[in-house]
Design a protein around this ligand. Structure first.
Ligand code: C2E
Ligand code: MG
Ligand code: MG
Ligand code: MG
Length: 292
């Protein structure tokens, strides 16, 4: 499968022959080495509860600093890993790294940390994912309710039946499910209602300029209302300033993620981030007379 992916890429390069394809080919070729040498690493971005202003969970995000190409966008190399057949190996690698970091966190803090993990489309349609989770988290107490899996609607739509089966198997293990990038693509709430999900993440494209764009404000308020109507917890990503934080808190959004709160960071930095954040938290409390 992987060899065929490489062949297709090579063929495309020889036809098109441009720099872009050469770069893609290089990324695919070097990915295996990066996996073997552990050049890929995870960073974690805080997710904060709007009401209690506390850290509730983190999102795991993949990073690759290529020695020559520099920093490569995870969306790019994940897409390439999917097309070259390397995605399952990559997913297994990601899960093992995360488990190790969760173990370290627990050893130091004695407290479990909620962990949000991005899945790719092929993870959902590949039958082995729940068993992989079982193997990687074999030592962890059941249910695995500190895990959250983030999926996109387009990923589910590629094969609704298989994807639903995978999602249900993850649910059975106690994990929660979140719809990522909501509002982009062909999001339909009708579709969402049929999926066994508990959480909805509003895409950052609606949040980044929320403080100055009335149209985004309208969209976000209605997404929050509809999500609450479906009993879903709402997470907003891409919060970059205090006004945006304030607005979403007033609108009863449940969880916040964004550079205003914290950037993605290695697990070992999370502790000092947390200490600093605790001193900041007093200024971020909900206004006492809740306005609408
Ligand atoms: P995503 O899952 O929607 O992740 C959120 C992205 O928004 C992250 O980009 C994060 O750094 C960025 N972000 C968070 N807060 C802010 C903010 O306030 N302002 C701005 N401008 N950006 C913010 P990142 O890390 O580059 O990841 C991009 C995408 O790559 C992710 O989007 C996800 O689709 C994919 N990805 C990353 N790691 C993994 C992984 O381990 N597995 C899979 N399958 N996909 C991953
Ligand atoms: Mg995500
Ligand atoms: Mg997202
Ligand atoms: Mg995204």
């Amino acid at each position: 499968e992987r060899a065929r992916g490489l062949e297709q890429r090579t063929a495309r390069y020889e036809e098109g022959g441009d720099e872009h394809h050469l770069r893609e080919l290089r990324i695919i070729r070097d990915l295996q080495g990066a996996l073997d040498q552990q050049d890929l690493y995870m960073v974690y971005q805080p997710q904060v509860d709007f009401q209690s202003v506390r850290l509730t969970q983190v999102e795991a995000l993949l990073r690759w600093e290529h020695p020559e190409l520099g920093f490569i966008n995870p969306e790019d190399f994940i897409r390439l890993a999917e097309s070259s057949g390397q995605i399952h190996e990559l997913t297994a690698y990601i899960l093992r790294q995360i488990e190790q970091d969760m173990r370290d966190w627990y050893a130091e803090w004695g407290q479990r940390l909620g962990m949000s993990i991005n899945l790719s489309a092929l993870d959902l349609t590949h039958a082995g994912l729940p068993e992989l989770v079982d193997r990687v988290f074999a030592d962890w107490p059941r249910p695995l309710n500190q895990l959250v899996f983030e999926i996109t609607e387009s990923a589910v739509l590629t094969d609704v039946r298989t994807a639903t089966r995978t999602l249900e198997a993850l649910r059975k293990r106690g994990a929660r499910l979140s719809v990522d990038d909501f509002g982009t693509g062909y999001s339909s709430l009708a579709q969402l209602r049929r999926l066994p999900v508990q959480e909805l993440k509003i895409d950052k494209s609606f949040i980044l300029a929320l403080d100055s764009e009335p149209e985004d404000q309208l969209m976000v308020r209605s997404i929050i209302d509809m999500a609450h109507g479906l009993n879903l917890v709402v997470v907003a990503e891409g919060i970059e300033n205090e006004t945006t934080w304030q607005m979403l808190q007033d609108w009863h959004c449940e969880m916040a993620q964004g550079f205003y709160l914290g950037r993605p960071m290695p697990m070992r930095q999370l502790r000092s981030w947390h200490q600093n954040f605790q001193t900041r938290a007093a200024g971020l409390q909900p206004r006492s007379a809740s306005t609408d």
